[in-house]
Design a protein around this ligand. Structure first.
Ligand SMILES: [Fe+2]
Length: 385
């Protein structure tokens, strides 16, 4: 279950230098490169001429990318600017010699790409105030999880697993039961909750941060762009002002694989020699979740989660709110129709994610059609207690 009309993290900024880099997102091949001004460009990587992979080509001095097969040049807008084998090339470029170009923004150490054709209706990239604030220091990590994006995401949205998988208890009579919490829906389509726990710090340098009897408040926020989770954990105790604040960005490679990007901030132990401990503590949780998520069944997420059929009290509200949000995105007509797309792929009808330019230029200007999407339905109002 994958969605268009979302801003995704496409790659870490540092990775894109002077040669093209291939990325796969939403099951489609894309190429990232920099134009003559250094601006990040993201194009569909399938050449409209003979279907070659543009990412195997070269960046040229005029800021275009040249196809590895016949050296057609494509600029940042996706337009073909040169066909070297045509004698007087500028006057001899067919109208349909163009590929989808997706809007990019370079923010917070990442290249973000908008994959869709309705940018005006989409939620803009979130603010990350810690990034440029000298009070905070950060470390990053990126890893591919061999599971669908929703099983990966649930690791961040599930409170009940915290004591069981990570040993992060809630205190109270039943330390396995998350305390009562409400989930707030925000204007931007995201949601958030605060939860109070009493986890033990049992080892390492962070032991000195907190008296083990004190409670810890954790605020979890969820954003549609990047399918981002933000967790802010007061590791020094509820009123300490000492936080481990993490951002997790989720990029669906395809229906069964997910690229996970992490930026972990801290506002304590600012010396660089503490970076490794900061990364180690956070990554320990990441890899515990990853090993579970990669074995979960089914491999593909169904459109409707199966567990509410079990009945009874769910305890953790975040998961339910997340699935309501997915339902909302589907009702907008943004979900890729995977059954139909796979049928088209099987008979050699290649489709691309439609870019904003498709609507301006009309469908006849494109060699490849667009991915089929689940039809929009009337918007369902979400509400949460
Ligand atoms: Fe977890």
């Amino acid at each position: 279950m994958m969605f268009t009309n979302i801003w995704y993290v496409a790659e870490e900024s540092d990775t894109i230098k002077d040669q093209p880099v291939k990325v796969k997102i939403l099951g489609r091949d894309l190429v990232l490169f920099r134009d003559e001004n250094g601006k990040a460009v993201c194009l569909s990587s399938v050449c409209p001429h003979r279907g070659s992979d543009l990412s195997m080509g070269k960046c040229t001095s005029d800021g275009t990318i040249s196809c590895p097969f016949h050296a057609w040049h494509f600029d940042g807008s996706g337009a073909c600017t040169k066909i070297p084998s045509n004698e007087d090339s500028t006057g001899n470029i067919p109208d349909a010699a163009r590929v989808d170009s997706y809007p990019t923004e370079e923010k917070y150490g990442y290249i973000w790409v908008f994959l869709g054709d309705e940018i005006e209706n989409a939620t803009p990239i979130l603010d990350i105030p810690e990034y440029d604030d000298p009070e905070w220091r950060h470390v990053t990590h990126a890893v591919t999880w061999n599971c669908n994006q929703h099983w990966a995401k649930e690791a961040d949205l599930d409170h009940v697993h915290l004591p069981i998988v990570h040993g992060i208890g809630f205190g109270g009579e039943n330390p396995l039961r998350p305390p009562e919490h409400t989930v707030e829906l925000r204007e931007d389509g995201g949601f958030e909750t605060e939860i109070i726990g009493k986890p033990d710090i049992t080892s390492g340098k962070w032991l000195e941060l907190r008296d083990t009897r004190s409670t810890v408040t954790s605020v979890f926020k969820y954003f549609i762009p990047g399918f981002t989770s933000r967790g802010q954990v007061a590791v020094g105790g509820a009123d300490s002002g000492i936080y481990n604040t993490f951002y997790q960005f989720t990029t669906p490679i395809d229906e069964e694989n997910t690229r996970m990007y992490y930026t972990f901030f801290r506002n304590f132990m600012m010396e660089p020699e503490n970076d490794l401990e900061h990364l180690r503590r956070n990554c320990r949780n990441v890899y515990q979740d990853k090993s579970l998520a990669e074995q979960m069944m089914p491999k593909r997420a169904p459109d409707v989660p199966t567990y509410p059929q079990i009945g009874g009290e769910l305890v953790d509200k975040l998961i339910g709110v997340y699935w309501d949000l997915l339902q909302d995105l589907r009702s907008k007509g943004w979900q890729i129709d995977r059954t139909e797309l796979e049928a088209l792929d099987k008979v050699g009808d290649y489709r691309t994610i439609p870019s904003p330019a498709r609507r301006e230029q009309g469908p006849e200007k494109w060699v490849y059609g667009e991915v089929p999407r689940v039809a929009a339905t009337k918007n369902k109002q979400r509400d949460v207690a």
